[in-house]
Structure formats: C-alpha cells, structure tokens
Unconditional design. Structure first.
Length: 283
C-alpha cells in the first residue's frame, strides 16, 4: 500500500475542480473565524451544553465506529463533552504515539467497554456556533449540511466515500486522513450496495485483503486552522490523533457532471434515485 502526502495550497490558489479533482489541504481557509478563539470547553458548554444530541455508540474502542454501531442515544451535549474531556485525560499517554497504526493499536488495548462519537448538525446544536464557523465560499450555492464532529483519541470513521464534495476544517486537536481515489474501489474492498469498505488502512490486514497491497492513496494530518477538500467519491478514513478533536464539516450539492465522472458511484447513485422516485410515487 502506497500513501503519498496530500498537496497543500494557500486559499488564494485553491479552486474546486469542475470534474472529480483531487484532495487538497488548504492552509489559510478560515481567516477571522471566531471559533478559533472562542471554542474552548467553557464556551461550548455555556452556548450548547443544555441541548440534546444523538450520540453514536460502539462496543469496545472507537475504531471504525460507523461500521460497528451499537444503539446509541440522546444526551445533553454538556454530558457528552464531559465524557470526551475525562476520557481524553485518561488517554493522554497514548497521544504521544507517532503513527496512526500505533495509536489505533494502543487505544484498542486500553480497555474500552463502550465508546461514543458525536456528529451533529451545527445549526441545530447552536446558531451561535454556526455563526462562529462560516462556510468557505468555494461553490455558488451554500452548503447543504454543516456538521460538527467531536471525539477522543483513536476514534475512526471506517473507510468510506461521500457522494457530495465536502470540506473538513480542524478547530481543536488533530485528525489524520487516509484517502483513495474512486479508481481504487476493488483494492479497498468496498461493500456492495453501500459506500463503506471492509479494508482498514489504519491497521491493514493484507492476508484477508491481498488486493490492498497494491492500493495507492494519499494521507495528511490536519492541525487547527487547516482545511481538507475531499472530492466526490474519494474513499477516506478519518482518525483522531490528539487526546480529543473537534472539526466542522461542510457538504455541498454535487456539481454536474461530477457524478457522471465517477463510474464507481453510478450504481449507488442510480439506486438512490430509484428509491427517491418510489417514495414520491408513494406520497
């Protein structure tokens, strides 16, 4: 498996590609964001601590949490923030590990019975927090979703792709990203009919997934103030590599003809279109 560093560009030099494009780290994408000076633990608690949020749950460590979900539930945001801060203190010793594989293995052995992760619609959580993190003006239309992600060291998403272009902006802590282009679908063992993959690049098992030995991708670690643009259809695994981390994720509508230019997504997009048509006929 070969992973190259994702190129880094300044905000003035970045333009999202009309077709699929490639991922890029944008270094000065958020000038003047209030989030970078305001979003400490006390402020987050005072602004949104009372609001209920849906928390994702998994048994054991928070590895590939979207592929191993337990029931989860709704809790006050302040209670979840308490769990994050307390758990981060317990994991501080592991945070010094140098690589994502070492972090993944160390967190897996740290004794989690249950772990949690939060992705919340930022505007529903707090209009104040939404105003603190204005969307970059990369597309003609505003984002269709703005999500806040908050988790502890070692939390990972599992390798997957999105069918819309998106941007991750790191606000607190650091996150590591591994990405593969749509052309690598077979080598990363995408699960049929969904956008997730069976292969875990954080701790690769080449005996089970031999084609992944020849997979070619990209990687980066985002620090506060840095942004990552992820084009349509690119597989990505996201992992918290600091004691805890918080980032904002913007999603835009898929510009034409990006869906057409991404053949591995055709069947999935067609199924989604048919499902929408059936729902309309049933209304």
């Amino acid at each position: 498996m070969r992973l190259r560093p994702i190129p880094r560009v300044s905000r003035g030099d970045f333009r999202p590609a009309r077709l699929a494009g490639r991922p890029l780290v944008v270094l000065d994408n958020t000038p003047g964001w209030p989030a970078f000076t305001r979003w400490h633990e006390g402020y987050l608690r005072s602004v949104a601590g009372h609001r209920e949020v849906a928390v994702r749950e998994t048994n054991g460590p928070p590895r590939n949490i979207f592929q191993n979900l337990a029931e989860g539930g709704r809790v006050p945001f302040g209670d979840y923030l308490d769990w994050v801060v307390e758990t981060a203190r317990e994991l501080e010793g592991i945070a010094g590990h140098s690589g994502v594989r070492d972090i993944t293995r160390a967190v897996a052995g740290s004794g989690f019975d249950v772990s949690y992760y939060l992705d919340a619609k930022l505007g529903q959580l707090s209009r104040t927090l939404l105003a603190d993190a204005p969307a970059p003006g990369w597309y003609r239309s505003p984002p269709v979703d703005t999500n806040l992600w908050l988790g502890v060291l070692g939390t990972s998403s599992g390798l997957h792709c999105d069918v819309t272009p998106n941007c991750n902006v790191q606000v607190i802590g650091r996150k590591h990203f591994i990405l593969f282009p749509p052309s690598q679908s077979r080598r990363v063992y995408r699960i049929p009919r969904v956008t997730h993959c069976r292969f875990d690049p954080n701790d690769p098992d080449f005996d089970r997934f031999p084609l992944a030995r020849r997979a070619s991708g990209w990687q980066c670690t985002l620090s506060p103030g840095e942004s990552l643009h992820i084009p349509v259809g690119w597989y990505h695994q996201v992992t918290v590599v600091s004691a805890w981390a918080l980032n904002v994720n913007f999603f835009w509508r898929r510009p034409f003809p990006q869906g057409i230019a991404t053949p591995p997504l055709w069947r999935f997009l067609l199924r989604r279109g048919w499902a929408r048509a059936r729902r309309r006929r049933g209304e």
